[in-house]
Design a protein around this ligand. Sequence first.
Ligand code: DQQ
Length: 469
Amino acid sequence: MAGDQQRPRYHFLPPANWMNDPNGLIQWEDTFHLFYQYNPTGAYHRQIHWGHATSHDLIHWQHQPLALSPTPGGADADGCWSGCAVDDHGTPTLIYTGFRLPEVQQPCLAVSHDSLQTWQKWPEPIIAAPPPELDLLGFRDHTVWQEQGVWHMLIGSGIRGQGGTVLLYRSPDLRHWEYAGPLLIGDAGQFDPVWTGLLWECPDFFALGDQQVLVCSAWDQRPYYTIAMIGAYRDGRFVPHTTHKLDYGDAHFYAPQTMPIRDGRRIMFAWSMEGRSEESIAAAGWAGVMTLPREVKIAGDGQIVTLPVNEVQQLRQHEIVVPATRVMPHDVHWLPVHGAQLEVELILRPPRHGTCTVMLRASPDGSEVTVLRYNSQTATLTLDRRRSSLAGDVWRDAHHAPLALHNDEPLALRIFLDASLIEVFANECRSITSRIYPTRPDSMGIAICADEAAVDLLAGRVWEMAGIW
Ligand code: DQQ
């Protein structure tokens, strides 16, 4: 696949075939482990296994043998779906969803006695069935933690006619669980500030500073986006005061999972799904890529933000400094850079009234271009991929992130381009992750455009990024 122009080079993905959610993230001794939803037989979602990779720096990964495979006749006969890893008093333990057609989902467990290389499954599901009194949509995906010596687990679900939910369980030993009610039930009839879906997939629940955070992936027949809820956790219930999209690239940032690491940071990976037809995916032979490893933080405006870990900087090669300049109305200012694997840092002063635009992966004639636009009046950052690709089968829409700049604060952008993947970070408080599929070999340019009013480029630096393999 070396010649595949759409395949990212400095983000994690398996050598081939289908990948979706990150699973079982854990730092074990001096090694980071990343497991992931994987179909070893093709670039489509079926008969899901757990792939496995290890790293010492969160950036460079070694592929490892498959960790979990469906057991014929077992609770996971048709798939080992998403879950997490915990340290059970020295024994690495996975809690995951066993899937059987047509739609049976049961929590399962596996342990390793050889440094997370091979896994022995517990013979039975650890919970036989969901609470019978609830009319549920789905019973899958797990986050597990300890509180005063008691294991706690959340399972993602939805209550028909109400909304997404996460069900709380408690256990003394990870194998016997008692249902403790829903931690929270969403309201699928609410659209403000954000609609939260019918089913919550891949819950993650953790303290961040003095706040408690619940992250869920909002689903209704298909993945929508990831939501972050911030609030108070007491007596087995969670009361959010703030709910927002965690990343504004919608379904291209989905099913994230975090792990706390020893230096105090909480690290997140998310799955960035493809945005093109099944035929193109089959022809490519691979699907799905992980985002950069990101640190989870509380931004200045109170939202949860995920920012690239500092370790990413080791990939920077060959820095190009972009001189400051004023771009006059209707001018297009091309930067002296080209490339498909770049990190781009730009500090701009947008006009007080109106918009300014950064053209990315742009062809010289503008027939292919991904447009990043800031509108001061609406306080919105838009990643517009309507012209990102000349291919006929790609998703073309725009992602919008609310972003207010106060008191002459400039627009500070950090943009990571890696073939078909783009990650945009703005003012250390918003991210937009998406997929673009430029087809032209000359769609490699970057330009700043002023629209009705001049734009000041205050500073800029661009790096070519090294591959991680
Ligand atoms: N992916 C898994 C499920 C999860 C979904 C199946 C989210 O466990 O709900 O591959 O992408």
